[in-house]
Ligand binder design. Sequence first.
Ligand code: C2E
Ligand code: MG
Ligand code: MG
Ligand code: MG
Length: 282
Amino acid sequence: HAKEQGRNRWSFYSHSLSKAATERLDLEHDLRAALTAQQFELYYQPKVAASDGRITGVEALIRWNRPDHGLIPPDRFIPLAEQLGLIVEMGDWVIEQACRQMAAWASEGMLVSIAVNLSPAQLSHPSLIDRVATLIKAYSIRPGMLHMEVTESMMLNDPEEAIKHLQALRDLGVTLSIDDFGTGYSSMAYLKRLPVNKIKLDRSFIQQIASDPREADLCAGIIALAHKLGLGVVAEGVETQEQQQILTGMECDVFQGYLFSKPMQVAAATEYLSAPRGAAIS
Ligand code: C2E
Ligand code: MG
Ligand code: MG
Ligand code: MG
């Protein structure tokens, strides 16, 4: 009797284990097929100049239209794509798609920069520089209009190597930003050595500047330091007018956040970009 119970228990655990494992295998399988099946889509979120409310560019943010699962946000598949070694190919699609879109907008008279996010494995991939050079040429992109966002985690393995790759991108004329600035490990120590143009202040700072004076002081200090180093500052995740006002007082250069717009599909983004900028923005 006890033996039978034991066996049942075993089959219960074995069943639930295999369900989780099956889901994971399905996810892997679907993710591997997603690129060929053209299930990825870029959404675009505008960035707005603090000085006059004009749009300085957009950030391209990937989404996955997974059949029977709906729209999957990047936090739920980028880490897996990195683990599975799919990120380089996926990231390459993102860069080309962004270049293609920039060219399409330019042909309609809209000169908009597009920022793409780079995973560490992309930055250190030996063919990145040639590939970016080729795409810039093929789509007649002004190099400075292509922005690339990297996080401080790229510095963890081999900082000298990372700096070398950043410099090679700078030499192509690409605009570089440190994303999620302030959440990483090495912020201040490396900042003056990194060949980048901007920092993007992480949303976690912005969330607290209206309620926590010490967080606000920290933010103001980082902005002043960045400016001393000749770097522009973008605030991520600006959601309220109060945050916008405080950041304007701190001389933050550019805002990005739901206060202005959520990330949009290309049609809505095109409409947004071509609308006359009136009271809604400034
Ligand atoms: P990120 O690069 O820091 O992008 C900003 C994220 O904050 C986006 O989330 C955006 O939708 C969200 N956001 C913007 N404004 C607000 C706001 O006012 N409030 C709130 N609550 N959120 C806001 P998303 O699109 O889910 O992307 C998450 C992360 O996934 C990105 O963070 C980036 O690290 C990564 N990611 C997205 N696309 C790509 C890609 O093509 N390649 C790689 N390697 N990573 C990507
Ligand atoms: Mg980003
Ligand atoms: Mg960010
Ligand atoms: Mg982030």
